[in-house]
Design a protein around this ligand. Structure first.
Ligand code: GLU
Ligand code: MG
Length: 457
């Protein structure tokens, strides 16, 4: 991605670039089941062997990867993902390459999220489709200790850097400056940024990426989170993708713009249709809606994710679709004349703290189920869903997304579709891990309760 290797073999390009750019370290990146970035750093001397054979490490030390008895695994670099990292503080020329995780016999590891997405993409390919995605990534900047390298933690409640709002054009504002530096670093890495702006809440920003194939995009989302945090930490600022860090203002979503292509043609586009949506697009939306409750634990995987999915903040709560209505779960952005490739559906539930590999695999699998099984798409909703009463919603047959992580895990656990999409190993591990998180949370006595009940009860 991002470079033009011409006819040169990708491996030769990597070795040549490492030499010409005096690269001192190469980071081998991969991701655990909950979406935490992991890296093994090697020197150029080890690179060629790493590219040919992979690097062995103890997979049992990574959350969700492998069981102790089969602990040794290989990180095998995907050479096409090689990139210089222009944002590192000390300026030492460093590059990264994203890895697939395989067992010592070369079989893809069930616990590797990148593998889960690859499998879902293979299923799409079997049906003749390639899957493209573009996220809108929202996040906050908070005051840190002011010391470079501060990664946050225990900053409670977090303090915004500004009091700006949607599209504010401010001068001399550190958040906007950091965002600009981030966009420049991303573009230097060959990651095309669409637009970027101040978001609604104080110190909340958004970076929108141009669409690419979904595997590249999942790698890119990991990279963006890293670059945003790293550049902020250098200035002693804490950048956070936490879904709802502040009470009473918007949370951070990661709306996903999705499309299926067949050959070079957008399979979601139909000239004749009122909304320019093809039958494939309609059935895809129907699939995503029908399975939305089952996949929400994956796209919104933390206790805190459900503090965002509440009424009144432009985050979806009810399972519905609409042409252009920000309270709907699926929105179909209008297609500009002559831009058939841009016909897409926007899935608005995910937050930027999800595991992007698993989230894209889950949403794709739900959409494909709709396409394969020929689900009918219900009528779009024109009304603001937040304003309907419970009776009106019931009459319209509109269900709600899970209201809590516990509720979401219960729906996930019963989902055959998600068991198939994630694979048995990840599915079981994830359900177990998330149920444990929910139980930990339930056992807490929160400041809310003490404040509200202790004086009177
Ligand atoms: N911040 C909102 C969310 O949580 C989205 C605002 C927007 O429409 O960009 O999804
Ligand atoms: Mg936004």
């Amino acid at each position: 991605m991002g470079h033009d290797a011409g006819m040169e073999h990708p491996k030769d390009y990597v070795l040549r670039t490492v030499e010409e750019r005096h690269v001192r370290f190469v980071q081998l990146w991969f991701t655990d089941v909950l979406g935490a970035p992991k890296s093994i750093q090697i020197t150029p001397a080890e690179l060629e062997v790493a590219l040919d054979e992979g690097i062995t490490f103890d997979g049992s030390s990574i959350d969700g990867f492998s069981r102790v008895q089969e602990s040794d695994v290989l990180a095998r670099p995907d050479v096409r993902t090689f990139q210089l990292l222009p944002y590192l503080a000390d300026g030492t020329p460093t590059a990264r390459v994203v890895c697939d995780i395989v067992d010592l016999g070369g079989t893809p590891l069930d616990g590797d999220p990148r593998q889960v997405l690859r499998r879902a993409l293979d299923r799409a390919r079997d049906l003749g489709f390639s899957f493209f995605a573009a996220p809108e990534m929202e996040y906050f900047y908070f005051a840190g200790s002011g010391r470079p390298g501060d990664a946050g933690g225990g900053v409670a409640p977090p303090v915004p850097l500004d009091h700006g709002s949607y599209f504010d054009l401010t001068t001399n504002d550190l958040g906007s400056e950091l965002r600009r530096q981030t966009v420049l670093a991303l573009e230097e890495m060959g990651i095309p940024v669409g637009s970027n702006q101040h978001e609604d809440a104080p110190s909340q920003h958004e970076v929108d990426l141009r669409y690419t194939d979904a595997l590249t995009m999942a790698d890119t989302i990991m990279t963006v989170r890293m670059v945003v945090k790293e550049l902020a930490a250098r200035r002693g600022v804490v950048a956070s993708f936490m879904p709802k860090p502040l009470v009473g203002v918007q949370g951070s979503g990661m709306h996903l713009h999705l499309s299926l292509f067949r050959g070079g043609t957008n399979a979601f586009y139909d000239e004749e249709d009122d909304y320019h949506l093809s039958g494939v697009a309609r059935r895809f939306i129907a699939g995503v809606l029908r399975h939305a409750r089952e996949l929400t634990a994956v796209t919104n995987q933390w206790v805190n994710s459900y503090k965002r999915l509440i009424v009144g903040y432009e985050a979806p709560v009810y399972i519905s679709w609409a042409r252009n209505n920000r309270s709907a779960l699926v929105r179909v952005p209008p297609t500009k004349a002559g831009r058939r490739d841009s016909t897409r559906v926007e899935y608005r539930a995910p937050d930027p703290a999800c595991n992007p590999y698993l989230a894209l695999a889950a949403v794709l699998s739900a959409g494909l189920a709709g396409v394969e099984r020929g689900y009918d798409l219900p009528a779009p909703l024109a009304t603001n869903l937040y304003e309907l009463t419970a009776d009106e919603r019931r009459a319209l047959g509109i269900e709600a997304l899970p209201g809590s992580l516990g509720d979401a895990v219960a729906s996930l656990e019963r989902s055959e579709l998600m068991a198939g999409a994630l694979g048995e190993h990840v599915f079981e591990w994830f359900v177990r891990n998330k149920r444990a998180e929910w139980n930990d949370y339930k056992a807490e006595v929160t400041p809310f309760e003490l404040h509200r009940y202790l004086p009177t009860l």
